[in-house]
Design a protein around this ligand. Structure first.
Ligand code: ZN
Length: 486
């Protein structure tokens, strides 16, 4: 039996912005070390991949958040490098498993910084593959350091596992064909948010739909399109395309075609649902004859990097006559606040408490809110949560920043959006289960670190011109070429 292809794997996966005062710390990351990491790549057990001998080093993954504190980033990076140096023999290949929109204090291109350090340890010629989230901000520096890269083709993301698998399959192809592909990279001067670019709606749907088929163009191995991440004030924040393959002209041509198509559709990007100020959204929602209805408290969406404890929208609900009088019912998901939750837990279910809620993780976009209510539900343990009933509003208070994407997240707390007049979630577009429940949905243009009307943010470092901040400029897709067997 011939010698196996050795592949080390490591990465840091986070989407972190520059507009939130929140900081991400090492403790926010779930670290998987050694064989624990294999749960991320079950496909490696398939017959197709038996020629690979994997060396999972360490992988750090966190919920979206604010910038990573520099020393915490350096500590995680050092662990990756130490694990790599500790290998008995350097690998033939390296899988750089990242999100692509990581922001670190004092670094403008964190993924490139991390990969450069890894490359400095790896011997020359090691084949590097990279998988990303389509909300990553790609840079020429990063593309220059990888041999293969690919990204998701769906938002909401349902193809994360097949993307990882594709990243490794493309890597194998380098070994089978004894070549390294060309990479054609096109940065596109368009920056839209996730809320405007779901692949379930136009124009996202039509921009992404052809990519799988286009990846089978002769001479092309794979095509990737990134929307980018709008809440990072960096020159690499924008949409981009990377097409890889062994035919220099074919990859260039296809990359420019996909990029030009994206540019041509730029004015069609819009919120996928009606958006407006909180008062307008709530009025619309309460007047809706179709139920159930959802509103997104989008400016403080923790799953896009918001702190999650901005209280502006909650404050409006609690002061609303229909909710004060409990004539109408609402669920508010959620405010992460350990101190408030501890007070609720010590009081117990059925008891009245007064708490200073939220405004601590993000004191810039809001302040703590004094809330008096009855504790109606508690979950203790690692993922502690509780529900505080204030008039008609049931407020979920969580011990940590966490998403509420699943119906079960609500049912576990004795809450049911299907039986409630209005459910407000700190989210952008609705994740599949919520979307399936919602008959109507409004996006609240609320304050926070990831405000949905991002074009009003005070960008200082963005490449200009950039659509939609700049409107009146022309642009022609032109690919930069990297890689190829020399
Ligand atoms: Zn994403």
């Amino acid at each position: 039996m011939s010698r196996k292809i050795t592949m080390a794997i490591a990465g840091m996966h986070i989407e972190s912005g520059t507009f939130s005062p929140l900081r991400s710390r090492m403790g926010d990351f779930l670290a998987l070390r050694g064989d624990e990491m294999l749960t991320r790549y079950p496909f490696l057990a398939d017959k197709e991949f038996t020629e690979i001998e994997a060396f999972p080093l360490v992988h750090f993954r966190a919920m979206p958040g604010g910038m990573i504190v520099r020393e915490d980033y350096e500590t995680m990076k050092q662990e990756i490098l130490d694990c790599l140096r500790a290998l008995e023999k350097m690998p033939d290949a390296f899988y750089f498993d990242v999100h692509g929109a990581m922001t670190v204090e004092g670094s403008v291109d964190a993924e490139a910084n991390l990969l450069a350090s890894i490359r400095a340890v790896l011997p020359e010629g090691v084949v590097v593959t990279c998988s990303q989230d389509l909300h990553g901000n790609v840079s020429a520096s990063l593309v220059a350091m990888v041999d293969v890269m690919t990204t998701y083709r769906t938002a909401p993301h349902v193809d994360w596992m097949e993307t990882r698998e594709r990243a490794v399959r493309l890597l194998l192809r380098c070994f089978h064909e004894k070549t390294k592909p060309f990479l054609a990279y096109v940065p596109i001067p368009v920056l839209v948010s996730g809320e405007m670019s779901s692949t379930e709606y136009e124009p996202g749907r039509s921009l992404y739909a052809p990519i799988a088929k286009e990846s089978t163009t002769p001479g092309v191995w794979d095509a990737s399109l990134w929307v980018g991440y709008a809440w990072a004030d960096q020159s690499r924040a924008m949409a981009s395309v990377v097409v890889i393959g062994n035919d220099r002209n074919a990859v260039k041509k296809l990359a420019e075609k996909i990029a030009q198509r994206y540019w041509d559709a730029r004015t069609k990007f819009a919120f996928i649902t009606e958006a407006g100020p909180v008062k307008w959204c709530v009025e619309q929602a309460l007047a809706s004859e179709e139920k159930p209805v959802f509103c997104s408290d989008a400016g403080d969406n923790p799953t896009a990097g918001g702190a999650g404890d901005v209280t502006a929208t909650l404050k409006f609900l609690l002061a609303h006559d229909d909710f004060l009088s409990a004539k109408r019912s609402a669920i508010f998901a959620s405010i992460p606040d350990q101190a408030a939750l501890a007070k609720m837990i010590s009081a117990g279910v059925g008891q009245q408490v007064e708490v200073e809620l939220g405004g601590k993780l993000d004191p810039v976009h809001g302040s703590p809110l004094t809330v008096k209510g009855t504790v109606v539900s508690l979950i203790e343990g690692d993922d502690a949560q509780g529900v505080l009933k204030c008039g008609g509003v049931k407020v979920i208070v969580s011990g940590r920043r966490r998403p509420y994407h699943l119906r079960q997240d609500f049912l576990a707390l004795g809450l049911d959006p299907l039986m409630t007049d209005l459910t407000v979630v700190k989210i952008g577009y609705l994740e599949p289960e919520l979307k399936a429940m919602a008959r109507r949905h409004w996006l609240i243009l609320s304050p926070g670190g990831v405000r949905a009307d991002y074009w009003n943010l005070d960008y200082r470092h963005l490449s200009r011109p950039m659509f939609p901040m700049d409107q009146d400029f022309s642009w022609q897709a032109q690919a930069q070429l990297f890689g190829g067997e020399s």
